[in-house]
Design a protein around this ligand. Structure first.
Ligand code: AMP
Ligand code: MG
Length: 268
């Protein structure tokens, strides 16, 4: 029987990351998985066209991971199957002065996808309960109450027609070491590495705890989190594709009705 991967990756309020193996393959074969990616994303592409035409719903895909966890790679490999006209990718780095002068949801809300489109957040408002917590940029009382803000913010988005799908790319510490080493050793990749990445790596356990708590506190039925096995890129890509397909099928966007009188119309 086929494994229900989407269900298996879904985070619950009792999430334990030890139950999610970053090297999981679900028994898939690499070559077959690549072919299946084409198939799954072909269907997602067709559904995206309907989403775009209907202009009733949007999809927000939130990508979070440690450095080198595959956020950029996922966007490059999976999203390239979609019509770029209907996709809006935004990355959230260290907040600017203007962003810092506002509440932490301001900068992300501004980039929430318009109806008919798929928005992708490369990092997101979750940084404000992740890096901000680990680096102690604010006291515990401040980041803790943000879980509630975030649940309510995402609830508002879903009530208003934006489906929120959140993906934690779950990479192992060993895999991160290898990828960082590759980045340093490859001159074309070196630009991606910052010395500060080593400080984050040294706080691996604190980040894992912050991810676990964020996922437990904010994975809801209307805005679920998924733990995507991310050590193998080919597994990661197919899992992400299957999750997207699952959600687009649930939306089931319908083409808008055509104007009256088009049946049998012959262009003069
Ligand atoms: P990168 O994704 O490699 O471009 O790095 C972006 C950096 O911005 C990461 O080190 C994040 O931790 C950091 N960052 C993102 N959002 C915030 C935030 N709200 N506060 C502080 N740092 C942040
Ligand atoms: Mg980085």
């Amino acid at each position: 029987m086929a494994v229900d991967v989407v269900k298996r990756c879904r985070a619950t309020a009792r999430l334990d990351l030890a139950d999610h193996d970053p090297r999981e393959t679900f028994g898939w074969d690499k070559e077959a998985a690549k072919l299946e990616l084409d198939e799954v994303m072909g269907e997602v592409d067709a559904l995206q066209t309907r989403l775009f035409a209907a202009e009733e719903h949007a999809v927000l895909v939130v990508l979070q991971a440690m450095d080198a966890g595959g956020k950029d790679g996922t966007i490059r490999t999976v999203m390239r199957y979609l019509n770029p006209a209907g996709v809006d990718v935004n990355a959230f780095g260290v907040p600017s002065d203007e962003e810092r002068a506002h509440d932490y949801l301001w900068r992300v809300h501004h980039h929430a996808p318009t109806k008919g489109t798929i928005g992708v957040f490369n990092r997101s408002h979750y940084e404000d309960v992740l890096v901000v917590r680990v680096k102690e940029f604010v006291p515990e009382g401040v980041w803790r109450r943000r879980y509630r803000h975030i649940r309510e913010f995402e609830r508002m988005l879903t009530d208003e027609g934006t489906h929120v799908v959140k993906l934690f790319l779950n990479m192992s510490a060993d895999e991160q070491r290898d990828r960082m080493q590759d980045r340093i050793d490859d001159p074309t990749e070196r630009w991606k590495f910052r010395m500060g990445d080593l400080d984050d790596r040294a706080q691996w356990d604190q980040y894992q705890a912050a991810f676990r708590d964020a996922l437990r506190e904010t994975s809801t039925s209307s805005a679920p989190w998924y733990v995507v096995p991310a050590d193998r890129k080919w597994v990661r890509n197919l899992v992400v594709a299957k999750i997207l397909l699952h959600h687009l099928r649930a939306i089931d966007p319908q083409l808008p009705p055509s104007e009256e009188g088009l049946d049998g119309l012959v262009i003069p």
